[in-house]
Write a new protein. Structure first.
Length: 279
């Protein structure tokens, strides 16, 4: 009899506890559902560097050099434009359309740290074209090294190797070119090439990398013993070379030189280069 009473008591307790167990489990599920990260929840947008974006908007660029894995490619013909046409892209917020020729090749923006960001979203190119553009222009987060009115240089860093992209600006508002029918000119893309030293004179040579598009008409070479040379001599322009002969110098002396070249697309000033006369 005692056993039967004990069994009945246990059964009664179990029946009473079942609703409490289910109630407890149900309450736990409700709490978990409230903590699920929903795609509709507000997320913090990635911040942009609006100042640099405004500088790049509605500018066009031509790639003249690319360095990757110790290999240098020159005489590139790739061009693109940073349009001001807005487009929304997830957490990146308002980005802008990137245009290559007559096609949209993706989107761009400038991140808060000054990095350029490029993505093939909404590109008019097929999969093969997107791949070629990614290799030709770079993709993802790109470190900007030079951003001026006439030069743009940035780097795509990968685990395997770094690739550097060099661009010169394209002036699309110039007069028409009767030689090739083009309505656009570029600012001269020039760089120091070589020099010949004598005791009291120097011959310095610069190279024009976009001769046909720049149409360089005149050039001067500035020289002096400080890193900001102020004296100048006229230079001759012949083909892709700019040559200047500087006389009246002191032997065994270090001089700094830079070139200023003017063409139909504008004027370019190089950086200074250190040279020395013979003893």
């Amino acid at each position: 009899m005692k056993l039967n009473k004990l069994a009945k008591l246990l059964i009664s307790f179990a029946i009473t506890a079942i609703p409490l167990i289910f109630t407890s489990c149900s309450g736990g599920d409700d709490n978990n559902e409230e903590n699920i990260d929903s795609p509709n929840q507000d997320k913090t947008e990635i911040r942009h560097n609006v100042s640099i974006e405004n500088q790049l908007k509605n500018t066009s660029w031509k790639q003249y050099k690319r360095i990757s894995g110790g290999r240098t490619l020159t005489n590139m013909e790739r061009t693109f434009s940073f349009t001001s046409t807005p487009i929304e892209y997830g957490s990146y917020g308002t980005c802008y359309r990137l245009k290559s020729g007559n096609k949209y090749s993706g989107i761009w923006c400038v991140l808060e740290d000054g990095s350029l960001w490029i993505n093939s979203y909404k590109s008019d190119y097929d999969a093969k074209g997107k791949g070629e553009n990614a290799a030709g222009y770079g993709a993802g987060k790109l470190q900007m090294l030079i951003n001026s009115t006439n030069e743009l240089v940035y780097c795509m860093k990968l685990a395997s190797e770094d690739t550097y992209y060099y661009y010169t600006s394209i002036n699309t508002e110039g007069d028409s070119d009767p030689d090739n029918g083009s309505s656009s000119y570029e600012k001269p893309d020039i760089a120091f090439n070589d020099f010949t030293a004598y005791q009291t004179k120097l011959k310095v040579v610069y190279k024009i990398y976009n001769k046909d598009k720049a149409k360089v008409t005149s050039a001067k070479v500035y020289y002096g013993t400080s890193s900001n040379p102020t004296k100048s001599v006229s230079a001759t322009v012949s083909g892709v070379l700019i040559t200047a002969n500087i006389s009246g110098l002191k032997k065994g002396t270090t001089y700094y030189v830079k070139c200023v070249a003017t063409g139909k697309g504008g004027t370019t000033t190089t950086g200074t280069t250190k040279v020395i006369t013979n003893y």
